[in-house]
Design a protein around this ligand. Structure first.
Ligand code: BZD
Length: 833
């Protein structure tokens, strides 16, 4: 008794304990280790020590934000592809010197220790990594903002190769604990599913009651996000699904242990695994459950903080909070925000609709029609009956408004237009099924809609959402993607970073990448080129080491390192790359040993995961490995050409590969890649690009100088016509020869490769949808240009420097500033040190 009060003890920051002692302390008291550390121990001790400084910074920032009460941006995303955190945290906080020194004292090297960390792979690819880069920039720019997502127990699968075929293994990333997260036992929300909706009279008001048949708890985990060169540390809040009760005690007492555990399993299933699909939507109920789960918890969380400060003054909400929907995955937020304000807070429909649309904005990441999410009304009505009602009312109001707005059209035309823009519509493949079009819901329910590169935003306006654009032209914007120059240049390529800093006489470019333009003055400077080349060489040696480790082969480090790393997809056309490699191989075979000596040697690397159910993509991987098996062993050519598939491409692997790359391939069919972001990372690291006139390639070429980029292929405007004409297209004889080679078994596995050949070579309408044959000849020509340029090393180096010098625009700091100014209207709020 008498001990319930909080004691008045002020905790002291561990910043006062010398880092080596602190690391040893962490190992002793958290892990029970006394000396004899492994590298993993060194990582754990360091990470748990750094964590405390991160939390100090996090607390200071949030105390300040609480006091200032600025407007917040909440980035809602089903994916955050964070990768590793140690290096990024230590460098962003400016603790690199201190911890490198501490580790040295303990007998370790920072880089090796950092390698012991597992990637947080809570995302598929570009979209998830973009969200991670955005968090880094938001914190660096002192913008009050959080990310909200799901704490998947299993992230993106690990890819292994078995006899050259992809196999998927679970990503068990949390077993050794996660020093970068804080469980918030006081932050939990209930999230319901199913059940029924009833209406009751309360006084003279009718209130709606949703009684879910199933409930789970969303448990918050905070992941502090350190900004660079600022005291700001923001937050990524991820939700874990846990059962309402530990287990069903009555079932347990009755001896029915299986049933006692059922609820736990059902709840935990929601946040158990990331869907590994990066293009076609996963129409599974569990996916919708995941989406609603994290959206509902996030909105409840934001509203509860808002209410704690502003009570029920919800008209103020748009001045205090806005939400960015990262693709359609969190679009159920439109209905959930309505529901919370209508049913829970008791506001009126019109007031709520105004508030909600002011708070929400939507980013589109894909032009492919099959990738736009649609949920069957039946599924939605069963899982989220109240939300389905709300969406129906939204759609009624919307179509009614449209009818008025389009009153000058002929009745037939008007009806057609309204049907085409209805949020709820028939499934074109199954007339008996009605669908909720999540993209239309997002467009109608948001203030701003944006694409992710100039060409893509035009396609968004002129094609996918053209009807909407005509009605609300000012709603549509472009926000060209960017990447964080911290992770993707400064931290992953410290050698190049030092050279840049020494040359420019300042490291300010890390916060202000436009300063990289100062390198243009040195592009033709021979002495500078020599230093530039030496850095690339050192990075190539690292990649060569990795290839040796994975494949057991030594590679020629003077060869041109030619890289294509990204998800495996037909539209990204890894297949076209392989065809050109086979062609190169055949040319080399025909040459005399003397002629070969004059050829440009290449080490080609391809990496990327195929969605587990994407059959054609898996065949492409097998083709890469099969071609590599033949080429890499051939004594005639192996000095001059290699092809390696590097398995398990992820953020960390990218950090090794990109700095070493000399040529990178971004060769999607024009008009299909919304933006691409690895192209920007390669550019920053002085890697030349061979690419189509697509996505951000176009803007990269503009910034780098178009003559410095190897551009080839048809343009987006031509695609529709060419697709219609494809069956009459006269293929190049070299193409025909390659098709015969693959079909004829030059790389074995004839039957397995047959569908691959057919997919691009059977002249039926719809085949070769991505027009590989059309671009084949101009691609080979561009590859010849690459060789010619590489032979002139001084010209090559000049271009390489021009790439880095021209990469200023592609910092995610620029992107985030644009979002903050044009869409979010959020201002920097920096804590005082
Ligand atoms: O988003 C990608 C686009 O393909 C890229 O062109 C673009 O640069 C990035 C960032 O804007 N899209 C994805 O990565 N999409 C997914 O990963 C995804 C995941 C789940 C469901 C659907 C798509």
């Amino acid at each position: 008794a008498g001990l319930e009060k909080t004691a008045s003890v002020e905790p002291a920051s561990t910043a006062l304990v010398p880092a080596p002692v602190d690391i040893a302390n962490k190992l002793r008291y958290l892990f029970g280790r006394n000396g004899d550390y492994t590298v993993t121990d060194a990582y754990q001790g360091t990470a748990w020590s750094v964590r405390e400084k991160l939390i100090d910074s996090f607390n200071k920032t949030h105390d300040h934000w609480k006091e200032e009460d600025p407007k917040f941006i909440y980035y809602l995303s089903a994916e955050f592809l964070m990768g590793r955190s140690l290096i990024n945290t230590v460098y962003n906080l400016g603790l690199d010197g201190e911890y490198a020194e501490a580790l040295n004292q303990l007998g370790y090297e920072m880089e090796k220790v950092a390698d012991a960390e597992r990637d947080a792979a809570l995302g598929n690819g570009g979209l998830g990594r973009l969200a991670a880069c955005f968090l880094d920039s938001m914190a660096t720019l002192d913008l009050p903002g959080w990310g909200y997502g799901i704490r998947y127990k299993y992230g993106m699968f690990k890819q292994a190769l078995k006899n050259g075929y992809q196999v998927e293994l679970p990503d068990i990333w949390l077993t050794k604990g996660n020093p970068w997260e804080l469980r918030r036992d006081d932050v939990k929300f209930e999230v319901g599913f199913g059940g029924r909706v009833e209406r009751r009279k309360q006084g003279n008001k009718e209130v709606t009651m949703w009684t879910p048949s199933e409930k789970v708890i969303a448990q918050a985990y905070d992941n502090p996000i350190p900004g660079f060169n600022t005291p700001t540390t923001s937050n990524l809040r991820l939700w874990d699904a846990v059962p309402l009760t530990e287990f069903d005690l009555s079932a347990f007492n009755a001896g029915d242990y299986d049933r006692a555990m059922l609820e736990r399993e059902r709840a935990e299933g929601i946040s158990a695994v990331l869907y590994p699909n990066d293009s076609t939507p996963e129409g599974k109920e569990l996916r919708l459950k995941q989406q609603y789960f994290f959206v509902s918890a996030s909105l409840q969380d934001v509203l509860s903080r808002f209410k704690a400060v502003h009570g029920n003054n919800f008209d103020l909400l748009p001045e205090k909070a806005c939400f960015q929907l990262n693709d359609t995955h969190p679009t159920i937020a439109v209905a959930e925000l309505m529901r919370l304000l209508l049913d829970v807070e008791g506001l009126d429909w019109d007031q709520v609709w105004t508030i909600s649309t002011k708070c929400l904005n939507y980013t589109n990441h894909t032009v492919m029609p099959e990738a736009l999410e649609k949920w069957p009304v039946k599924v939605m009505a069963k899982m989220l009956p109240r939300h389905m009602e709300i969406i129906e009312v939204i759609n009624e109001g919307w179509t009614k408004w449209l009818a008025g707005h389009l009153k000058d059209l002929a009745p037939e035309e008007r009806a057609k237009r309204i049907a085409a823009m209805s949020i709820i519509h028939e499934n074109p493949w199954n007339k008996d099924e009605m669908l909720v079009n999540m993209a239309y819901l997002a467009v109608v329910g948001s203030s701003a809609v944006n694409g992710v590169a100039a060409i893509h935003s035009n396609i968004v306006k002129d094609e996918i959402f053209n009807d909407f654009y005509q009605i609300f032209p000012s709603k549509f914007q472009n926000k060209t993607n960017g990447v964080t120059p911290r992770r993707w240049l400064a931290w992953c390529n410290p050698e190049l970073a030092s050279l840049i800093t020494d040359t420019l006489g300042t490291s300010e470019w890390i916060n202000d990448t436009e300063k990289l333009a100062g390198l243009r003055a040195y592009a033709s400077d021979k002495a500078f080129q020599v230093k530039w080349a030496a850095v690339k060489k050192a990075k190539k040696a690292k990649l060569a080491e990795l290839i040796k480790k994975v494949h057991g082969d030594e590679v020629n480090q003077d060869a041109l390192f030619d890289i294509q790393i990204k998800r495996i997809h037909e539209y990204k056309r890894q297949y076209l790359n392989v065809l050109s490699i086979i062609w190169r191989y055949k040319q080399l075979k025909k040459m005399s040993p003397e002629e070969r000596k004059k050829a440009v040697a290449r080490v080609c690397v391809i990496g990327g995961k195929a969605a587990s159910a994407y059959d054609m993509a898996k065949r492409i991987i097998r083709l890469v490995t099969a071609v590599g098996d033949v080429i890499n062993k051939d004594p005639d050519t192996k000095e001059y050409l290699r092809l390696y598939f590097l398995p398990d491409y992820n953020v960390s692997l990218a950090e090794t590969i990109i700095p070493a790359a000399e040529l990178s391939q971004h060769i999607s069919t024009a008009g299909t890649e919304a933006s691409g972001t690895s192209n920007m990372k390669f550019q920053m690291n002085g890697c030349l690009i061979i690419g189509t006139w697509d996505g951000a390639n176009i803007e990269i070429a503009e910034e780098t100088g178009i003559d410095n980029v190897f551009v080839f292929g048809v343009r987006a405007e031509e695609i529709n016509q060419l697709r219609k004409e494809r069956k009459n297209f006269k293929t190049d004889p070299r193409w025909d020869e390659l098709m015969r080679d693959i079909e004829g078994g030059m790389f074995g596995d004839k039957d397995y490769f047959k569908p691959l050949v057919d997919s691009v070579n059977n002249m039926k309408v719809g085949n070769d949808w991505f027009l590989l044959a059309n671009d084949f000849a101009s691609y080979l020509k561009a590859q010849e240009d690459v060789d010619a340029c590489y032979k002139d090393q001084s010209e090559w180096l000049r271009r390489s420097i021009m790439y880095t010098a021209g990469s200023g625009k592609f910092s995610s700091d620029r992107t985030i500033r644009e979002y903050a100014e044009d869409i979010w209207h959020v201002k920097p709020c920096r804590p005082t040190v």
